[in-house]
Design a protein around this ligand. Sequence first.
Ligand code: NAD
Length: 290
Amino acid sequence: MGSCEGKVVWITGAGSGIGRGCAVRLAHEGADVCVSDVDLEGARETAELVRAEGRKAEVVACNVASHEQVQAAADQCAEALGGLDLVVANAGIGRGGSVLEMSAKDWQDQVDINLTGVFFTVQAAAQRMVRAGSGGRIVCISSLAAENCGAMLWGYSATKAGVRIMVRGWGQELGPHGITVNAVGPGIIDTPLAAGLAGEEGGAIRESVEARLPARRVGTPADVAGVVSFLCGPDGSYVTGDYLIVDGGLRDAGTPGMPSNPDDPRMAELGRAMVAGEQRRVKLQKLIDN
Ligand code: NAD
């Protein structure tokens, strides 16, 4: 029997990367999954992967920056799948930029999605869990960036540090209701969001990152999903208000240097990652703004 047998999990941003990894892992552990995202194409693909694990999947369109949409998604999830036991507040974006140039829109989108969106999601889930009276598990995806910061990253770090500290207060408030609330801090995980940092498989960027990492590899969504699954299962029942880093040792391994010499093979790879990232950003920005 899986560790989440008979449970219902709602995962925001489940149409890609870490959210998708969590959906597949928790389905494997026996949970039915509410797959919510602004990207319905990605969400439908994830739902198919959940069904391939033999579990039910419900696809729900939801922009976590909208209080109304988040409340409606929580209701849809509970109605379609018969309750709400576990939540992974995962949806997030990365908007790096210099303090001299960061646009007000990028700042606001990042705060609305990464910080306020996590609050809206946790509030909607906790309200229903408390009403149902059968406890629950809430996992918020923060980042190693909650404690490591640097040039261009400070805005993202601020939102992730906010999540890291909020779970401590929520753990205090929701503990008496049998609900645990924790944050997970991934390092560099191979997803579209981190394409520039993780580099391509076999590429020069990835090689230099992996040479520095004690684990000698970048992380996978499955690495993060394993920790989320622990927090959602019986072995995680006495852990609350915590922040668990999943980074292969990156925190103390220094920041991978970015190439400055145009002949460095990492330059070409970085250029490809930036073009792909820009194309994805344009697509996602339209979905977020609608
Ligand atoms: P990803 O881009 O692959 O997936 C993010 C998903 O969130 C996408 O499907 C996207 O459509 C969705 N999304 C974006 N804005 C949304 C919104 N407003 N409402 C609903 N859905 C929205 O990225 P990922 O790497 O899987 O990131 C997942 C989480 O993990 C994020 O919170 C991210 O900050 C965090 N994280 C990622 C890494 C990494 O290295 N990949 C490291 C630390 C933390």
